[in-house]
Design a protein around this ligand. Structure first.
Ligand SMILES: [Zn+2]
Length: 300
C-alpha cells in the first residue's frame, strides 16, 4: 500500500534490507552506489587475477628438491581442494577463493597464485604429512594380498604394510569401487577386480636397506623427489597407489596425466576421510596419518 513515502529502488540481490536493518531504513543512495562500485572493483580485480593465474599456472618458476620447476598446474587439484574452489584456476571464483586464503595466511589478497602464495601451499601440505618416524616393527606389519598389488607377482616381503594402514586402504578402495562415476571394475564382494589397475598398490613397506639399494641402483633417475620425500615407506604407512600413466615417474607430463584421472581427483577429495594425506609432488604417494589426523605426533 502506498504511504506517500518515496519508494527506494530494491536492495541489491541476496541482501534483503531487513536482515541487517530490521527497522527497514534503506542505506543512503550514495552508500549503495559506493558498495556496488566496490563490488565492481573486486570483480574487475579477480578478472585480472584469473587471467594472470591462467598464465602463471604453466610459467611461474620455483625450486624444489634442488630442481627448477615450472608452473603449478600439476598441483591444481590439490590447490582447489585446499581452498575449496569448485571451478578451475582460470576462473574468477578461484581467484576470489584464493584471495580469502591469502588474507588468512597474511599474504596480499591479490587472488594471484604467484610463487610466494604457491610456497605457502607447499608448506601446508608438507606440514600435514606423516610425522611418525619409527621404522615399522615386524609385529606392526601384515602381508598384503597379491590381488591388491599392481604387480601381483611381487614377493611377500615387498607386500608388507602396517596393519591399520592396510585396513584403511581397504575401506578407501571399497568406497571408490562403490562410486559408479569412477567406473572401476569390481568383484561382487565390492573389492577391486583382478584386472583393474587403478588404486592397486604399487609399493608399500620398504626397509631402509631396500630404499638405499633403490637409490644406489638409480642415482640419476629423477630421484630428487625421493630425496625430499624422506621416503617414509619404512614406516609401513606410506603407499604408492596407481593413479594412471607410468606408476611412479616424476616427469611433468606423466604427473600431468595422473592428476587428470578421475581416480586421482577422487583421492584428492576423499582420501583424508580415510586418514590418508598426499605428498603433493608425487600424485601416487599417500601417507596414513589416521582418521583423526596424526597417529602420534613426534616433535623433531
Ligand atoms: Zn612413495
Amino acid at each position: 500500500m502506498r504511504t506517500g513515502r518515496i519508494i527506494a529502488p530494491p536492495p541489491p540481490e541476496n541482501r534483503p534490507a531487513s536482515v541487517e536493518n530490521p527497522a527497514s531504513v534503506e542505506p543512503p543512495v550514495e552508500a549503495r552506489a559506493e558498495e556496488s562500485a566496490e563490488k565492481m572493483t573486486a570483480s574487475a580485480k579477480f578478472t585480472t587475477a584469473a587471467a594472470q593465474n591462467s598464465r602463471l599456472k604453466t610459467s611461474v618458476g620455483w625450486i624444489f628438491g634442488g630442481k627448477q620447476q615450472q608452473g603449478w598446474q600439476i598441483y591444481e587439484p590439490l590447490i582447489r581442494e585446499t581452498i575449496k574452489a569448485e571451478t578451475d584456476a582460470g576462473s574468477n571464483e578461484f581467484a576470489a577463493a584464493l584471495s580469502q586464503r591469502q588474507k588468512s595466511a597474511g599474504l596480499s589478497p591479490s587472488g594471484i597464485l604467484d610463487e610466494q602464495t604457491f610456497r605457502s601451499f607447499v608448506a601446508d601440505w608438507q606440514t600435514n604429512r606423516l610425522k611418525h618416524r619409527s621404522p615399522a616393527t615386524a609385529e606392526e606389519l601384515v602381508g598384503g594380498l597379491p590381488a591388491d598389488f599392481y604387480d601381483p607377482g611381487r614377493s611377500p616381503e615387498l607386500r608388507q604394510i602396517e596393519r591399520e594402514t592396510y585396513a584403511a586402504y581397504k575401506r578407501m578402495v571399497a568406497a571408490a569401487a562403490a562410486d559408479k562415476s569412477l567406473n572401476l571394475k569390481a568383484n561382487p564382494d565390492g573389492a577391486l577386480a583382478a584386472n583393474e589397475r587403478f588404486l592397486k598398490i604399487v609399493s608399500s613397506h620398504r626397509s631402509k636397506e631396500y630404499q638405499n639399494q633403490l637409490r644406489a641402483a638409480s642415482p640419476n633417475s629423477g630421484r630428487a623427489a625421493l630425496a625430499v620425500n624422506f621416503s617414509p615407506h619404512f614406516t609401513g604407512r606410506a603407499l604408492d597407489i596407481y593413479v594412471g600413466g607410468e606408476p611412479v615417474s616424476t616427469e611433468d607430463n606423466n604427473r600431468l596425466a595422473q592428476i587428470n584421472t578421475p581416480v586421482y581427483q577422487w583421492l584428492v577429495k576423499n582420501a583424508a576421510q580415510f586418514g590418508f594425506r598426499p605428498y603433493f609432488y608425487e600424485p601416487w604417494h599417500w601417507e596414513y596419518v589416521g582418521a583423526n589426523g596424526q597417529i602420534d605426533l613426534i616433535t623433531e
